[in-house]
Design a protein around this ligand. Sequence first.
Ligand code: SF4
Ligand code: SF4
Length: 291
Amino acid sequence: MQTHFSLAQLADPKTAEAEAILRRCVHCGFCLATCPTYLELGNELDSPRGRIYLIKDMLENGKPASKEVVTHIDRCLSCLSCVTTCPSGVDYMHLVDQARVRIEKTYKRPLGDRFVRERVVLWNDTTRAAEASNVVRFADLILEQQRVPTNPVDAHASLLAAIRSLGIAQLPWSEAMLAARARIASAREWAPELDLPDVSDDALLESVETWLDPFLSGKTRLEAVTPALLGEALMSRFTHDQRRGIDEIAQIVRRTIRQLPGLVRRLIDADQRRIADLPEHWLLGRECKLL
Ligand code: SF4
Ligand code: SF4
């Protein structure tokens, strides 16, 4: 899609992001077939492509949100079916987010529309749990708030966000799993053919949706993330062959350390770099089995 933002507009990072998203759309219309609001209402403006046109016009021309824009953006369910369908990789989610921010800033909703009753799920840092409430608010002003039982399905995103902000190192890893992670890190370097995943804190945080998220089903509190759950979740990432490969390496190292401590010491002395690589618990000849 051609865009006509001015250089001054593109100096704003948000506008530059929107422009990059808009340019990816090739008007093909594949997204229409999977958009529930288009299928229900049959109006192009209630389709992803139609909404993209409306957003483009509003942002490009620096217009305040009109009633028409608000009507069609409000009808979007944010189901993101269009995103998975789009062959051009249009990041509709971030585009519509920008449109909603602009609507809130520039459109004055009728009085009746500004009273909202909704259920919200928020993270409570004190109880370290996701808590649901029924809220009645007028614009941003909360008029009434009542705690209700937390549905684990709703709590899921909140719990995952809390884990993200807490960081992987703060989770309750058992000593055994910390040792296993150290062995995996070494085996990953020594046996690249095993194609082992990176289990560093940073890499685990990056991939938390892949390995931990499936194990958070039904959980609402941080205390439900136990050492046993972490171990099970992490090891689910490894295939049978990878586990066997790690065990074999661990056994070779353990046997060598026990049977030929002098040789190991000489090897270590001959290759200083390896000293740093060899985890302390292996040097000390402790139990090396993976789990
Ligand atoms: S499928 Fe993607 S490229 Fe095609 S019209 Fe929809 S958003 Fe644009
Ligand atoms: S996110 Fe909105 S535009 Fe996209 S398919 Fe769902 S309802 Fe349609």
